[in-house]
Every structure is written in C-alpha cells, then in structure tokens.
Design a protein around this ligand. Structure first.
Ligand code: C2G
Length: 456
C-alpha cells in the first residue's frame, strides 16, 4: 500500500484545496491530511485564519477524500509523521516548491501544480473590510497603524488628532486627517482610541451611540461606574468594546497565565509586576500635559497578571505615589500593594524612575520568572528549589502582541470567536484603581507633605 501525506491550513476550503487533495490521493492508496493548528500557524505568520481548527478539520473530513486527518502542531512534526505512519510520498502545492526537499531523505517528495485564480486570502478579503479610524497621534498609534498592515480585513481610513499641523509623516497617506472627532466617527466602522484617558469615556460613548465598534487603550474610563455604563451601551448597540492592552495578547504571556493556573508552581501567594520606562518623558519639561502619567501608561499592564491570577476581589490596597507637582496629576512613580485572602500582590510603575521591569509569581512549589521587559516578552522560566527541575518556555512574539489584538478585535466584530483576553471585570477594576489614585483613596504621597488615607 502506498501511503501519501499532505499538510495545509485549509481555511475556507475551496476548489484549489479539493483539487490538491484529489491529486494527492491519486498518487497512492491511502491519504493522510495534516491540518495545521492555530498556534503553529501563528508561529509561521498566518494570523487571521477565519475558521477554527475544529471547523477546518471537519471541512477536510467532509470531502471524504482523506483516509485519515491529523493535526500539525509543531516544527519538525512532518519528519515524525512520515516515520510514524510509514509514509511513502509527501506532497504539497507548487507554491512550496523546493521548501520540503529536505524530506527526500525520508520519502518521495512531490510538488503538485497549484490551482490558479483562487486562494483563502482572496476569499478572506472578500469579506467586507472594516474601516478603522485612529484617535490621536502617538508612538503606540504609529505601532498600531503598522501592525494593521499585517492583518487582512482592516482598512485604516483616517486619523483624528488635536494638533493636525504636527501630524507624524507615518499618517500622511491616510485619506482622512481631521481634528474633528465626529467627522472621523462618521467615516468609519470602528475606532482605535489612544487619546488622553480623561477623554476616553465621552469619545467611546459617542462612537458606540453611532453604532461604531471601539478598541481603546486601557483604562477605557476614569471610574468603574463609567466603565460599566460603556459596556452596557456596547451591549445594547451590539457593538464591540475592547480594552487595548497589548500584553494580554502576547503569546508568552497568555501561555504563562494558563500554565500557572494549571498549578505548576502550586498555590500562588504573591504576584509582583514592575513596569518602568522613561522614554519620551522629561520631568524638567513643563509641557508633559498630553503625556500619559505612570499609573495610566503602565498601570493597566501591571494590574493584568495580578487580576488574572488572583482575581479582582482583593480585600484591601494601598497606593503610594511620588507626584511631579502640587496639582498632583502626574505620578513619577507609583507602587500599589493589594491584599487578597491568602495572597498578596504588588505593582510598581514609573515614567520618572527606573527599575527592573520583571514579573515574578511566587507559588508554594516554585515560581515563575519573566525577565524585563516582561510585558513584551517571548520567554519565561518556571523555577524550583532544585534547579534541575527548571523549565524554560519560548514563544514567537509578533508586533508586541498588537497584531493579535487587532485580529481579536476583527474576530469579535465578525461575531466569530474571540480570545476575550481582558474580561469586563478586569477592565472595570483597572478603572476603579485609577479612579482611586485620582480621588486619593487608600493613598500615600511620597513627597513627605501630604498624607491622604481614606477608606476604600
Ligand atoms: N493549494 C492549491 N491551489 C490553491 C490553493 C492551495 O493547490 N489555489 C494547495 C496548497 O499548495 C497546499 C494545500 O492546497 O498544498 C493547502 O493550502 P493552504 O491551506 O494554503 O496551506 P498552506 O499554508 O499552503 O500549508 O507546511 C506546509 C503546509 O502546511 C501547507
């Protein structure tokens, strides 16, 4: 019996795939089809696949051409499969010509001519593109714009920023450039908002009421109540409202959360996260007005692992800040301690102070160590008393997580599946902590002059 094997993603199964499968089958007596898992595809740069792995496997099965369907999960699996199943022929479309010649050592390699005029990418882009508007001109928005170019199905149509005359050249090509927010909203289906946190609530509310989807840099509002209200409007209007916290979408971070929840380090007793960056901030300069302060710029990312591992129901917290001036809206440094039933957590954030930006999760059997800068890492370690038991984990990180954040936003808009990386509860608690900072609840000042301490 001649055994043939072929691999593919098979997204939105089309006649090109079916012709390939039929010809592959005709090469022998038994056909094995390897369907590529989402994670493996992500690693090789295929990110916005429309169908889930299950749907794609089912679609291949439904053709009735394959004798056996397997899942391709890791680099190098092809060699393992060829040996394991005693495969005689490996085949794939001619778009891969030469790429798999190394398999000749194990079996015969056949490249079949690719069917012209059809592809999953064409089918994907036939789905109407989402017209996206950007709010504010800043470093993160420029990164977001760049990442949009890697994602199918999104079309950036314009930008709104108060200082149009100083617009960064990266945005010059956009069709619409305006300082009128309403005009931008009118001309798009969805918005990416990265304006000042104090502007988020009004801007999001307006956009949602116009039936537009919103992804907004966290915090999405300045109080838990406002945050709740926005999610309610989004639900009523059937619009997507999502926090943009890129770390929440970084593969290493999401894997770390899952691994820790599986109990690999035992019961978690402490989560300690530090994020500092002095880039783009000069304390001597007086025009830091439109600059995000430490708690807004870094607070959401630092709170994320705390809330995702220990929940949002802490018993108490203490906020300690070093403020830049008498009005006290700009914190150069902030440290927050959270007290939970059976655990503690702390976060340190700073734009006017420097520290090691690491994440450490303490467990009763071992600990997780994520080196700086942990919020955009591709690597972490699980460590134990006996270092021989230590494990290292590596993952591919594309676009600091922003690329996957955009894919997730699009999936949410199309009502398919989403990763749901930041829950409403987490989003709301982030807003609450930040509002407590401004209201000086549970607050100490480090300047030695003020002492605020009120009940939570
Ligand atoms: N194909 C084809 N004609 C088309 C489109 C695709 O013959 N018009 C073939 C491809 O060459 C491939 C198979 O159909 O052999 C599946 O295509 P994809 O789902 O696009 O998978 P691909 O990314 O090519 O994965 O590691 C190699 C792979 O797993 C192949």
């Amino acid at each position: 019996m001649v055994k043939v094997i072929t691999y593919g993603t098979y997204d939105l199964l089309h006649r090109g795939h079916i012709r390939l499968l039929k010809r592959a089958k005709a090469l022998g007596d038994y056909l094995i089809v390897g369907v590529t898992a989402d994670d493996f595809d992500k690693g090789r740069g295929k990110i916005n696949i429309k169908q889930s792995l299950m749907e794609r496997v089912e679609a291949v099965k439904a053709t009735g051409i394959a004798d056996e369907v397997i899942v391709e999960e890791y680099e190098g699996q092809k060699i393992d499969d060829i040996r394991r199943y005693g495969v005689d022929i490996f085949t794939v479309g001619s778009d891969w010509k030469g790429h798999f010649d190394y398999l000749n050592e194990y079996c015969q390699v056949v490249y079949l001519p690719r069917t012209r005029g059809i592809s999953s990418s064409d089918l994907r882009s036939e789905v109407r593109k989402v017209k996206l508007g950007l709010v504010e001109d800043s470093v993160i928005v420029r990164k977001f714009l760049k990442e949009c170019t890697y994602v199918n199905g999104i079309d950036v149509v314009g930008i709104c920023t108060p200082e149009l005359e100083n617009l960064h050249p990266d945005f010059k090509e956009l069709p619409l450039k305006t300082s009128c927010y309403e005009e931008l909203v009118q001309n798009c289906d969805a918005l990416y908002i990265a304006s000042q946190p104090s502007e988020h609530y009004e801007q999001i509310k307006y956009a949602l009421n116009q039936g537009k989807h919103v992804i907004c840099e966290s915090p999405i509002a300045m109080s838990a109540e406002e945050c709740d209200e926005l999610f309610k409007i989004a639900e009523e209007r059937e619009c997507v409202l999502m926090d943009a916290v890129k770390t929440a979408y970084a593969t290493a971070y999401t894997r770390l959360m899952v691994i820790l929840k599986s109990g690999i380090i035992g019961k978690i007793v402490s989560v300690d996260a530090t994020c500092t960056s002095m880039q783009g901030f000069n304390p001597a300069q007086k025009n830091n007005k439109r600059k995000w302060n430490s708690i807004s710029a870094w607070g959401p990312a630092a709170m994320l692992p705390i809330f995702q591992l220990l929940g949002t129901n802490y018993i108490d917290k203490r906020i300690v800040s070093l403020l830049a001036d008498d009005q006290g809206s700009f914190d150069l440094f902030t440290k927050i301690d959270f007290l939970y039933k059976g655990a503690v957590a702390s976060m340190k954030v700073a734009r006017g102070a420097k520290s090691e930006g690491e994440l450490v999760v303490t467990g009763m059997k071992g600990y997780a160590y994520v080196p700086a800068p942990w919020w955009k890492t591709d690597y972490f370690e699980i460590r134990y008393e006996n270092s021989a038991d230590n494990k290292r984990y590596f993952y591919q990180l594309n676009g600091e997580g922003i690329r996957y954040e955009i894919v997730d936003f699009l999936k949410a808009i199309e009502c398919e599946y989403t990763l749901g990386s930041v829950s409403h509860e987490e989003s709301k608690e982030i807003c609450r902590v930040i509002s407590d900072f401004y209201a000086r609840r549970n607050f100490f000042s480090l300047d030695g002059k003020e002492r605020y301490l009120t009940d939570k």
